[in-house]
Design a protein around this ligand. Sequence first.
Ligand code: URA
Length: 465
Amino acid sequence: MHRVTLAEPDDFDGWREAARGLAVAGVAPSDVTWQVGDAPVDLFGEDLPLPHSDAPAFSVSRGFVDLARKALLHSDPERFALLYTLLVRLRDRPGAVEDKADPLVRKLEGFAREVRKDIHKMRAFVRFREVEEEGQARFVAWFEPEHHIVRYNAGFFLDRFASMHWSILTPEIAIHWDGTTLAEGPGASKADAPAGDPIEDVWKTYYASIFNPARVKIGAMLKEMPRKYWKNMPETALVPGLIASAQARESGMIARARDEVGGNSGIAWDALRDEASACTRCPLHANATQTVFGEGPVDAPLMFVGEQPGDQEDLAGRPFVGPAGQLFDRALAAAGVDRSRTYVTNAVKHFKFEQRGKRRIHAKPGAGEIDACRWWVEQERLLIKPQVTVALGATAARSLLGRVVTISKERGRAITLADGGTAWITVHPSYLLRLPDPAAAEVEFGRFVEDLRMAGAGVAGFVDA
Ligand code: URA
């Protein structure tokens, strides 16, 4: 029996290295036990060196790696063994991970889904409270994750709150940022975090007792730290060798990831879409099949925002692929706008419908749903930075401008947005589909095409003027 001891409960690299060696050597899943750091030693296992094998290595799909990265953060102790079982299957059947009916694949996808939800929950619900620390403000938050997601999320908070000093306390670990160094300390209890009332003394005592460099682990934090912060890692620190080798490993990893997704913003966009896939900001996620995120090049100069996915989009997971999408495609072609060079998204990312028998009938999203989802559209715009954004219909216009918009009043002219970008407002393609009179529909289609052409002409070189 092989016993593999991983350094941490979220030690994906450790799992991957061990699992790869064991799988290449043909070690059966039933002959491996997995455990974490200081867990009680499994008496049935033995820490054998990884078996050597001359068998050729095998590669696995990106889909499996993405699934494994998330599922491994789940709190179920069986996750390492289940992932290893799937890996061994992939050696003989590379497509096994695509078999969505397979109970093992379904279970691991369920793990990944729960982890994504937890990641999102932490990002959405962490609330900092300000305490004074040696004349300086420190922002402290308490969070109880269900899974091992804290290190994974550290980069997210670092990105958003780089200029603040902050700490996030959780039962398993605490993470601290002092403007230059991200450090990790032992877990805390809720009483250690300020709760709104002035309990700074409690906090300070906790902080002073745990912020002892000898107890701080820095290496582990490199995993999810955005590259731009590496320069801030202490040169002299406790573990310079570890930092140097981890940096070298990470450089390779990031470069590979960048090659795969085609640019830095691609990585950020992937992360954003991933996060949105677990969104529970409004109740619509409960009945929809999936989040339908935007699609298109991450440097698209022209962005279209629709209302919400329809029945077909909900099933396909892509925006504007159903009847409204087909009309939209025809209008774009007539306007000389190449859809593949644009980014297409929706104001609301989940399908809202009423079930009537077997049919799902489109229901209009309400103001609360539009406003809850606005955050995602803003993140997409921040990342893509389109020169021109076109709102298709009143829902999209409300999302973009943050107020109720009467299409007929604001259509056909460029509007400057608060961030300096330009917006155009036009009708939604479904409006054209609903017009009963074919002659009127043709006239309206022409107006729609003209709106798209003018918006496209706002981007240099996009359409022939
Ligand atoms: N209508 C929309 O607004 N968006 C889609 O993706 C499909 C139909």
